[in-house]
Write a new protein. Structure first.
Length: 144
C-alpha cells in the first residue's frame, strides 16, 4: 500500500514516514538507508500533536488555539455554529462527549478525557469557550 499525494501525470509525492521509507528503498547506499530507517523510527515515535480547529470568518487566523475571537465575530454565528466551534475546542483537547448530538458530530474515536474538569486549555481556547458561552446565553441558544 502506498501513502502519498498523486499529482497529475500519475507521479506520487511521498511525505512523512512513508516518504522516508520510499526514499530509503530506492537508495543504493546502505548507510543512508540505515539513517533514513532510523529517522523514520524516530518520526513514528514522536507524539502526535492534536490538530486544532480553524474556521473562516473568525478573527485573523480563525484558529481557536491561536487567537481569542471578538464577541462581535462570535455574534455573527448561528447558535448551531457557536455550539460547533465551542465543542470543537473540547474535541481538539480529547474530550469524550456524552450527548448523542456531540457523539454524532465528533464520534469520540480519538477521545481520552472523560471529565471536563481535567481538560487543559491554552489561554485562547479558554477565552473562546468563555466568550462563546456568553454569546450563546445572549442569543438564547439551546443545545442541539
Amino acid at each position: 500500500m502506498r501513502c502519498g499525494t498523486i499529482l497529475s501525470g500519475g507521479k506520487m509525492i511521498y511525505g512523512g514516514a512513508a516518504g522516508l521509507a520510499h526514499r530509503a528503498a530506492g537508495s543504493n547506499d546502505g548507510e543512508s538507508v540505515m539513517r533514513v530507517v532510523a529517522a523514520a523510527i524516530l518520526f513514528l515515535a514522536l507524539p502526535a500533536t492534536a490538530s486544532a480547529a480553524c474556521f473562516e470568518n473568525l478573527g485573523q487566523t480563525g484558529c481557536t488555539h491561536q487567537e481569542t475571537f471578538s464577541r462581535e465575530d462570535l455574534r455573527t454565528l448561528s447558535c448551531q455554529n457557536l455550539w460547533y466551534v465551542r465543542n470543537s475546542i473540547y474535541n481538539d483537547n480529547g474530550y469524550c462527549f456524552k450527548t448523542q448530538a456531540a457523539k454524532a458530530e465528533f464520534d469520540n474515536s480519538d477521545c481520552f478525557v472523560n471529565d471536563t474538569a481535567k481538560l487543559r486549555f491554552n489561554k485562547h481556547e479558554q477565552a473562546n469557550i468563555d466568550r462563546i458561552v456568553r454569546v450563546e446565553k445572549e442569543k438564547g441558544c439551546r443545545a442541539p
